[in-house]
Ligand binder design. Sequence first.
Ligand code: SAM
Ligand code: GLN
Length: 291
Amino acid sequence: MLSLNILKVLNRITLDFKNEGLASPRLDAEVLLANYLKTDRSGLYTKFERLITDEELNGILSWVERRQKGESVAYIVGKKEFWSLIFQVNSTVLVPRPETELLVEEVLKTCLGLDDRDISILEVGTGSGAISVAIASELKRIRVVATDVSAEVIKLAGKNAENNGVADKISFLCGSLFEPVSGKFDIIVSNPPYISEEEFDRLPLEVRDFEPKEALIAGPEGTEFHYNLIVEGSRYLKFGGWLCMEMGAGQKAVVESMFRENKTYDNVSFRADYAGIDRVVMAQKAVSSEQ
Ligand code: SAM
Ligand code: GLN
């Protein structure tokens, strides 16, 4: 076998990915190679001449093949950065998305407006734990309850809370929607499944064939979870508390009318993501509402 160094392998993988039409061939190649060799991307650049053994090459090529079949880099290397923190991911959880950082930002802004006391937050559908862990990493006096319908998911989320040093601030509960929850919260946050059954078939292969369907599909409309969170969530919010949710393209009008019809919320507002899609909705439980 010819002796191959890091630079040659990197260039070769990049070229293959480029020819396959991947969107970010060089970045993907660097992240895969760096992780396989247990270094970081800058580590590759300082060791371009280092030789790759046959055994390493076989391992790297099996990762390259997985990427070529559509699996995301995050699942292959088993981790993803979110809010500058590292989260372990596997096929039971959605890979946290950059847009979801907007939801974290909105929750943190809302916390600034609350009294200076222990703030209680409920997250429904925590997945990797990205949202709860990010919020808990920013606030000292905070109590978070994070739920998910899958026990396996909850286990991974707990590990991510531990790895990021916030396990003492978050209680993880397994169950559907509000079923495992009691008490009232200052904020309820959720990035629920919001893909409609029809939209699902049009998702990129990387998402459709590799990410858990239970994390994506909401039902025929795509807004079924939002409806349940709005209607049931009100009972778990303190007066003046906030419900903050992520949503998908084209869902603004439906979600807005759900809040208006419900009548227990005020101050409905939206925030668009960097692509101009209304991505986050927030509403406040009216102080005068009966629930
Ligand atoms: N919060 C994570 C994030 O933002 O990356 C994951 C969001 S993912 C879109 C939705 C999550 O909701 C999944 O982890 C899924 O398992 C969970 N889920 C689905 N149905 C649920 C239900 N009925 N009750 C609670 N969680 C549910
Ligand atoms: N934003 C995700 C996607 O790209 C969908 C996540 C969700 O359903 N909450 O498919």
